[in-house]
Design a protein around this ligand. Structure first.
Ligand code: FE2
Length: 408
């Protein structure tokens, strides 16, 4: 049998050994991994001992606002809340075409960086649900080369405006993959708690995943993570639930954080931290000492809980930089979370690969460089995870569903 693609001399990320293998791909599937393969192939790539990794996973991005930095005005204060105001102005002028163009451009950028699985939030606080319609169309248009999950994200809150709850449910009817929320931005704590309960009800009713923007604030009294945790324990939804940001967790006192950690062990929910954005947006109200404004990534990881990293933003009102490279995210994670031990650096790499796959609840055969799985993989110009994060270079090859997307 001639293979479609044959990689020669690949160093598998799952192997601690220096030995290399050949990888045969046929009809979009990894059909053989062996120390030496004698078959012919349409495309033969000698990767010379370079690292072969499962693709990067972007577990948290807002594609609807991507590539709008400075429109209609620059975020001069740099705060989350000025960002929300600016986006409120910009979204008056969005159209389906506008959102689709920017979203696809961002996804192409990410695919070039080796990202093949993406979870994007879509703002569903706008009456026409334009961003949502656009991202649902994009999900369909890109599905042959990138997997896009869409989250119904009520940016302005579910109960802060009449009609927002209906819009959220409409988004579920329209086919979003995940239901979201923003309890710390509801008008009162009670509304925030109610919103979390409603999100769980909807997720169960429509059989969807949950990903809540949870406690994205420096307020040490913002405690919606405990509400999400309680709902996850009671519903048994555990691994189908994600708490994004949870930056207030970095400000909680240790006695409370320790108690909460015990409940998190029971709940087994996923966490997403966004180091680039968290370090930039949080701590803005502090004088000195100034907080880092990121959740307790290292401690969650040490407890064996699933943590992944996301961009959150690429060139939008909240974060004006960004290229879509997940290695930039992991690099910042190493710094901000002080994860410089070798096992910690490797863990930060896992947070943009396997842990992200777990957060997204990807199907087992979609992810991982193993025989019988779909041929989704990248070849990096380095030989280990440490150098991948240190150098942050573009992949030499990106293979999606058995197709070679790029060639550097
Ligand atoms: Fe976000």
């Amino acid at each position: 049998m001639a293979y479609d693609i044959l990689l020669r001399g690949a160093k598998l990320i799952s192997s601690d050994l220096d030995s290399v293998v050949d990888i045969g791909i046929k009809n979009g599937i990894i059909v053989e991994i062996a120390s030496s393969i004698n078959e012919k192939a349409d495309v033969e790539l000698d990767v010379q001992g370079k690292l072969v990794s499962p693709p990067f996973v972007e577990s948290h991005i807002h594609l609807d606002s991507a590539l709008t930095a400075g429109e209609p005005r620059w975020n001069e204060s740099g705060t989350l809340f000025e960002g929300i105001q600016i986006w409120g102005e910009r979204k008056q002028k969005i159209s389906i075409d506008d959102v689709k163009k920017r979203a696809i451009a961002t996804l192409k950028q990410q695919a070039e960086w080796g990202v093949l699985f993406v979870r994007s939030h879509a703002d569903v606080s706008e009456q026409q649900l334009i961003a949502l319609q656009a991202l649902l169309e994009v999900r369909e248009e890109v599905k042959d080369w990138i997997t896009l999950q869409v989250v119904a994200f009520p940016q302005d809150g579910i109960y802060s405006h009449s009609g927002n709850e209906t819009l959220l449910e409409k988004a579920l009817e329209m086919g979003v993959d995940v239901v979201g929320g923003i309890p710390h931005y509801e008008l009162t704590r009670e509304d925030g708690v109610r919103s979390v309960h409603r999100i769980f009800e909807l997720a169960q009713q429509y059989d969807r995943l949950i990903d809540i923007h949870c406690d994205e604030i420096d307020d040490d009294q913002s405690r919606f993570l405990e509400v999400v945790t309680a709902c996850a324990i009671r519903s048994g939804m555990g691994s189908r639930v994600t708490a994004s940001h949870t930056t207030a967790f970095g400000s909680y006192n240790n006695a409370y954080a320790f108690k909460l950690m015990g409940f998190l062990q029971q709940a087994r929910i996923n966490f997403i931290a966004n180091p680039l954005i968290n370090i930039t947006l949080q701590g803005r109200g502090d004088n000195y000492p100034k907080r880092r404004g990121i959740t307790r990534v290292k401690e969650l990881w040490q407890q064996g809980l699933n943590v992944s990293f996301g961009h959150d933003c690429v060139q939008d009102p909240w974060y004006v930089l960004g290229t879509g490279n997940m290695l930039d995210v992991a690099h910042m994670g190493v710094h901000v979370c002080q994860m410089t031990g070798m096992s910690e650096i490797n863990a930060c790499y896992d947070m943009i690969t396997v842990n992200g796959a777990k957060t997204l609840n990807l199907a087992d055969n979609d992810y991982g460089v193993e025989i019988g799985k779909k041929a989704n993989l990248i070849v990096l110009d380095v030989s280990n995870r440490y150098d991948a994060i240190r150098l942050r270079t573009a992949p030499r090859y990106v293979i999606s569903r058995g197709n070679l997307l790029n060639r550097v």
